[in-house]
Design a protein. Structure first.
Length: 372
């Protein structure tokens, strides 16, 4: 594990305003280090951006001799789908920009099928500010091995979700993780402050689910269906998003998946600064209870909170990814609360999910097991 702090300060000092990952000599365009997105059982997407227009090419295969390749047309934003992949299989990829290799021999692993019921994932949120604590969490994340995917509970970029903050507040800090492990975010209030979350929608390549929007979506990993809900858009009963959530849960049940895990930004239950969110309580909580959802993740409160089972549902607030913390207390619906920067590591093992909340020094601050 290494610290990003000095490298990032150096980047700032020399005035690399965009903090792109590789500053190349000569006239070559700087490149945001490519990252893997939207990993499915049979496909994935490699995404990168260059400061100037460029052409791209991705090669991939089961070894570092690759075997398949696809070109990306001239432009600044590049999203190359890799297709024809096998489930739960390690692949390697290489990215060329204008003919030169900018990232090579990078491993990633495709998603597990519904018959595979053991994997680990990480959840964190409210991380999108360049702070010492955000860098400490990034260092802790880099030390985590055997993680299949990351779920982000929103506020990826403070203060306004702007494109010019994406490198310093996100990609530069998590690049060693995100090049191999896909992150699946949801939209927080800060991500949506300007231009309808334009930068969020451009930077994350997310499942479309035939909706024509990435503002909310679902995806499957092993025996779990994850649902990314957008609490900045309408989710009231009868709305298109509510209907999508309802259908996503119903079809997961019909497919025999063990778990459905919704995640979104604004928590229904909180002893923190924002308190309970009455709209989420009125519309989503009854839906979760009706469908016997067991586990829900949210952010927005800059701390850690775990509720008691509320009509069968345990709600985790994980909003300690690096922004200034908010005071929190236990009592009422809240079984455990911590004023702490942290992330959550969850281990799915069939019909049990055990998770740990881990703080910015690597200490475990809460452990809990949910049984289906
Ligand atoms: Fe928020």
């Amino acid at each position: 594990m290494r610290s990003r702090t000095h490298a990032t300060i150096a980047a700032l000092v020399v005035g690399i305003a965009l903090a792109f990952g590789t500053g190349a000599p000569g006239c070559e365009t700087p490149v945001r280090i490519p990252y893997v997105q939207n990993v499915q059982t049979d496909s994935a997407v490699i995404v990168w951006k260059t400061r100037d227009d460029s052409t791209g090419e991705v090669s991939w295969g089961p070894t570092t001799t690759y075997g398949s390749s696809a070109a990306s047309p001239r432009g600044k934003r590049h999203e190359v789908p890799l297709t024809g992949l096998l489930p739960d299989t390690q692949y390697f990829y290489e990215v060329k920009v204008d003919g030169r290799v900018v990232s090579g021999g990078v491993p990633f692993r495709t998603a597990k099928t519904s018959a595979q019921n053991q994997f680990d994932f990480i959840v964190f949120g409210d991380s999108g500010q360049w702070t010492p604590w955000m860098l400490q969490i990034a260092d802790q994340l880099e030390g985590q091995q055997g993680v299949d995917l990351i779920v982000h509970t929103g506020d990826v970029i403070y203060p306004d979700g702007d494109e010019d903050k994406y490198d310093l507040h996100c990609f530069s800090q998590y690049k060693d993780f995100l090049k191999s492990v896909p992150m699946y975010p949801c939209i927080g209030n800060h991500d949506d402050k300007k231009r309808d979350a334009e930068a969020y929608l451009e930077n994350w390549s997310l499942p479309l689910n035939n909706l024509g929007t990435e503002r909310y979506y679902s995806f499957d990993w092993g025996n779990v269906r994850f649902i990314s809900i957008n609490t900045e858009d309408n989710y009231e009963a009868g709305s298109p998003q509510y209907t999508f959530i309802d259908n996503a849960i119903t079809t997961a049940r019909a497919a025999g998946l063990d778990w459905v895990i919704p995640f979104f930004h604004k928590p229904p239950f909180s002893n923190g600064r924002h308190g309970d969110n009455d709209t989420v309580k009125r519309h989503l909580v009854p839906l979760f209870e009706q469908h016997q959802i067991k586990l829900v993740f949210a952010g927005h409160e800059h701390n850690y909170q775990r509720t008691n089972e509320i009509n069968g549902v345990t709600y985790i607030v994980t909003g300690g990814g690096g922004q200034l913390l908010y005071p929190v207390s236990g009592g009422g619906n809240i079984a455990e609360s911590k004023f702490a920067w942290h992330f959550v590591r969850a281990s799915v093992n069939g019909t049990q999910i055990t998770f740990e909340a881990i703080n910015n020094t690597g200490a475990v601050i809460d452990t809990h097991t949910i049984t289906k």
